[in-house]
Design a protein around this ligand. Sequence first.
Ligand SMILES: [Zn+2]
Length: 338
Amino acid sequence: MRSIIFQKRGFFYLIVPKIMVLLKITSASNPYKSRVFCVWSKPYNRLLIGTPGSGKSMLAQRIPTILPDMTLEEAIEVTKIYSIAGELDANTKLIATRPFRTPHHSASAVSIVGGGSKARPGEISLAHNGVLFLDEFPEYRKDVIESMRQPLEDKKITVTRAAASYTYPCNTMLVVALNPCKCGYYGDGSDRCRCTETEIRKYLGKLSGPMLDRIDIQLEATPVKYADLKAMKGESSQDIKKRVNAAREIQKERYKNEAITTNSQLSGSLIEKYCEIGENESKMLKNAFDSLGLTARAYTRILKVARTIADCDGREKINEMDIAEAIGYRSLDRKYFG
Ligand SMILES: [Zn+2]
């Protein structure tokens, strides 16, 4: 089974086997296909936007299969949470595969973030070390979406009941998928979309600015054409996984004296310490901010993604190309949410 990536008109396209999804990666600057894969497989929150039938949810389901294997420690953490939640069946001693949770859009805030009379862990914690996938994202209740903001930032959630309070981890990769508008065809190049501008804004507006800031990577999915599939050379998912694990080792070594293990966990002064950039890179970021109207939170997210891109290439120093690529991953801010 092979995944395929190719470049066309300045965009990168990723074909994930079996599901035949064509993913347009909005980065025009990346000359190395391996880096695209490498970043794709890192624990960043991401948003998939695309017309109905473009394969967004099938793509999301594949994410856990290209993530690095769980360490024993991670597996124990996950198993504990399932045990507390009463979701561990009697024959399972250890959950060894990364969780993939897909709560329905009618789910309550308590079932997503945890709580209730038994202070049960929510979906966000049941997806710890794995993926929480919210399909048709704008259909979720606003209070549910907002309740996830802080836990996603803190990577833990404290739920309280009368007698005591419990803290559950939620180092969870959030993947949200949505259509570009209510009918689904806005911006697809045809004139099928009949939504008014107000309707489109209302639909996309459910993904509030602060929530959008917590998304590191935005991707547009488009249905694959058979002609594009032919004559493409791919590489095995085994090779991809090797590179993924190598970049992970670099991070483990770098953060051995810190309380974190991956770039995505960097915050505050650690960002300054480990994501140092030169004058040219700073200038480039500033220009992007002015033209794309990005927020301060988006700034640190771009730096963290740039750090990972450099790691995937085995480079200690973040260069201009890394910054440009990381900015590219946020370019949908303006197209859909500007
Ligand atoms: Zn529409």
